[in-house]
Ligand binder design. Structure first.
Ligand code: HEM
Length: 276
């Protein structure tokens, strides 16, 4: 999928927005495969989920949620369907009735909303790597580095703004010496924890693609730890490897400024102009 996408855009031009032509369609395609959603429906599903997870007009969001539910059923019932998570959970003949249509819609929303994160991570990873000649050389010359590089990129590049969802304390306790009473909400600063010198050593603030001891919290922790972690690690490796192999002379577009999205709950580039 990654190589096909690159062949598709690199043949016709020598500059592009890497998010639009690569990070986004690759993530849509990967999440779509997981769910059993065609590329066309995947693009519309992601757009709806993006809109539903962005602050906006409440009435409009009710309509969009309705549209999302219809689209999910249409997708799951399509004759051409090849199976997948969506098919299993949405069609009564294929599910044990464990999920109501609303719950199934929420599940898909969570999976697609999760799908925004790899787009953001990939874009930021390319921004960091294309500006770091030494890191690029390491990635190109040592295949063993891929055992550690994806996790180091996940540690080093913050995608969430705070790091995770808040937790409610089940009993009186203390966190880092700060008393927490039963029922208190705690927002863990997991991004800051990823740069903790007591855990990662004195080079915690540096990208070290060979870092082996890397207990980062990019995917959160505990029962709500990100279920998309394994697929995201693979996605990072496949996506970066394919670009470096197929477009060895790729670089950031010299003339452009870095523009970030605002108003999202994740830290995401609005575009990533590159040239080769
Ligand atoms: C770079 C990729 C990703 C990062 C950095 C990331 C990060 C996170 C984080 C920090 C959490 C909160 C965990 C916590 O509070 O302990 C989370 C939850 C979640 N993520 Fe991801 N995620 C990524 C990719 C994905 C993908 C690809 C999917 C779907 C296929 C996904 C689906 C979810 C879901 C459903 C939850 C909620 C889990 C729950 O509440 O039990 N994520 N993710």
């Amino acid at each position: 999928m990654a190589e096909n996408l690159i062949d598709g855009f690199a043949r016709h031009t020598n500059s592009a927005d890497l998010i639009e032509v690569y990070a986004r369609p690759l993530t849509i395609g990967t999440t779509g495969k997981l769910l059993g959603v065609s590329e066309d429906h995947g693009t519309e599903l992601l757009a709806l989920c993006e809109s539903l997870t962005t602050p906006g007009d409440a009435d409009e969001q009710v309509q969009q949620r309705r549209r999302l539910r219809q689209l999910l059923h249409k997708t799951a019932s399509a004759d051409t369907h090849e199976g997948g998570l969506l098919y299993d959970i949405l069609l009564p003949t294929h599910s044990d009735g464990a999920l109501s249509p609303d719950e199934a819609t929420d599940l898909v929303l969570a999976v697609y909303a999760g799908g925004r994160t790899p787009v953001a991570l990939l874009a930021s990873a390319f921004l960091v790597l294309l500006g770091d000649r030494a890191a690029l050389t390491e990635l190109r010359e040592d295949p063993d580095i891929w055992r550690t590089a994806p996790d180091e990129l996940l540690r080093f590049i913050p995608v969430g703004l705070s790091g995770g969802f808040s937790r409610l304390a089940a009993s009186d306790t203390s966190v880092g010496g700060c008393p927490v009473r039963s029922g208190d909400a705690v927002l863990p600063a997991t991004i800051s924890a990823n740069f903790d010198e007591d855990v990662f050593g004195r080079d915690a603030g540096r990208l070290n693609l060979r870092r082996t001891d890397n207990p980062h919290l990019a995917f959160g922790f505990g029962v709500h730890r990100c279920p998309g972690a394994p697929i995201s690690r693979i996605l990072v490796e496949v996506a970066i490897k394919a670009i470096l192999e197929k477009i060895p002379n790729i670089g950031l577009s010299g003339s452009s400024q870095v523009v970030w999205h605002s108003g999202l709950t994740i830290r995401a580039l609005a575009e990533l102009p590159v040239e080769w």
